[in-house]
Design a protein around this ligand. Structure first.
Ligand SMILES: [Zn+2]
Length: 233
């Protein structure tokens, strides 16, 4: 009985998450993973906020370089920290849907997947007045219903060109090296402005913020501009 259950769970996981995630992450099927427009630019994206400790500090860095980003927000945190969510919008940044709760996609059936997306969308709309048009699933893990529901709800699914590995126990120098060694034209960069996500190191954003300053400084001197998703997709 236990063996059957484990088997069932494994098959379900493979069908429900590994295959769609493979198509999305490696083959980039139906997802935006780099800018469509030509040009020497990058796009900045931040996941898992709004965060009471770190989001404002990220906004300050973005102001310092006068650049705009897209923040993929967690619905329940938007309700918990409405002022931070509103401030992101007031500063002129874009908002995307990350999830209502940061949970695993493969255990969600179609109805729950849809309900989660709508709940997150509604929280963002209610608090900020913005209707997001982009979505990114937690951990970049897909189930097949995520695609379908995003399409129905009119969201473009956005991933990233490469991972910055900013969410673990790391150093600013490591993140800077990871990003600058791989960056090229039209990259969509991903960072995390909250450390309370399962799997993340709680003070990781502290390190990321330091790295972000160095990365933006270097990208500027290397002639890169920073564009918003709306400008290049
Ligand atoms: Zn996330």
């Amino acid at each position: 009985m236990l063996y059957d259950l484990i088997n069932y769970f494994l098959v379900l996981t493979v069908l429900n998450v590994l295959i769609p995630t493979f198509f999305a992450r490696l083959l980039h099927y139906n997802v935006l993973w780099k800018g469509r427009a030509e040009g020497k630019y990058v796009v900045l994206t931040f996941d898992d906020g709004p965060d009471p400790l770190y989001t404002e500090r990220v906004l300050d860095i973005l102001d310092k370089y006068q650049v705009k980003a897209c923040f993929f927000l967690v619905g329940e945190k938007v309700l918990k920290y409405p002022e931070v969510a509103r401030h992101i919008v007031e500063k002129g940044h874009e908002i995307g849907v990350h999830a209502f709760r940061h949970n695993l996609r493969f255990i969600l059936n179609p109805l729950v997947t849809r309900a989660e997306l709508i709940k997150a969308y509604n929280a963002i709309k209610e608090i900020t007045g913005v209707s997001p048009s982009y979505a990114r699933p937690p951990w970049g893990c897909f189930n097949p219903f995520f695609y379908r529901e995003c399409k129905k709800l009119g969201f473009k699914v956005v991933l990233w060109t490469f991972m910055s590995w900013d969410w673990g126990k790391t150093t600013a120098e490591y993140i800077v090296e990871k990003v600058l060694s791989r960056v090229k034209e039209r990259c969509i960069l991903i960072f995390h402005d909250s450390g309370d996500t399962p799997g993340a190191y709680s003070s990781a954003p502290e390190v990321m913020i330091k790295a972000l300053d160095m990365i933006l400084n270097r990208l500027k001197s290397d002639g890169y501009s920073v564009k918003s998703l709306n400008e290049v997709c």
